[in-house]
Design a protein around this ligand. Structure first.
Ligand SMILES: CC(C)(COP(=O)(O)OP(=O)(O)OC[C@H]1O[C@@H](n2cnc3c(N)ncnc32)[C@H](O)[C@@H]1OP(=O)(O)O)[C@@H](O)C(=O)NCCC(=O)NCCS
Length: 185
């Protein structure tokens, strides 16, 4: 069990908060959008309403910092209260001082700087509140927007894995980006 309870994080235009039941429909709509699902793992294009409801319910009762689990955080637009995306912290199983992050935005809210704002918030929380040593992010080498975001935020490209992942019918390449606590500060 985790002894870290997640509290809302407020940035300039967005709030990072726990999921609530009312998020299921919006979550399903943007996560099953082919533009969002393209490099996100198998099955998201065909995600079902029941799966979204179950996902949201599970995350509502979850906390960060549990080894080998993904803690998913909702991203809400302050102005409207709308769910515009989500991000996640994967506490790594071999060393809980290290985490992997993930992030997704509804295409309606991409290219407006919300991705950068949310990842900044996430890293601040991970380093300053959870006190982690190192953060990694793994992305398909074709995922240009994700790569640009990780570079913009100051994460370092540390690895290029060649044809290491069987994904949607072919072996694909992945990049591993990382940043250390002392680099973030
Ligand atoms: C990855 C993802 C979150 C990036 O989102 P994004 O909107 O491109 O990222 P940002 O919020 O940082 O937006 C940056 C762009 O907005 C522009 N922008 C517009 N208004 C802006 C503002 N007010 N402030 C900052 N940037 C602004 C920037 O110029 C930049 O454009 P550029 O890259 O052409 O220079 C998004 O593409 C996504 O959800 N993809 C699908 C899911 C996915 O693949 N996730 C990653 C898995 S590893």
């Amino acid at each position: 069990m985790s002894n870290k309870k997640f509290s809302n994080i407020e940035a300039e235009r967005i709030i990072l908060r726990k999921f609530k039941e009312a998020d299921a429909e919006a979550f399903l709509t943007y996560r099953s959008n082919p533009l969002v699902a393209l490099y996100q793992g198998e099955g998201w294009e065909n995600y079902k309403h029941e799966q979204a409801v179950a996902f949201v319910k599970e995350q509502m009762n979850f906390e960060p910092d549990i080894p080998d689990t993904w803690f998913q955080i909702a991203v809400e637009l302050k102005d409207t209260g709308k769910l515009i995306g989500d991000c996640a912290i994967h506490t790594l199983p071999h060393d809980t001082n290290q985490v992997e992050i993930g992030f997704s935005l509804d295409p309606l809210y991409q290219n407006k700087g919300f991705g950068t704002e949310l990842v900044k918030c996430l890293l601040e929380y991970i380093f300053n509140v959870l006190n982690k040593h190192r953060v990694i992010a793994i992305t398909d080498t074709r995922n240009k927007n994700s790569i640009k975001l990780l570079e913009r935020i100051g994460m370092r490209l540390e690895g290029h894995f060649i044809k290491n992942l069987w994904y949607k019918g072919e072996y694909t390449d992945e990049y591993l980006f990382a940043i250390l606590k002392e680099e973030w500060q």
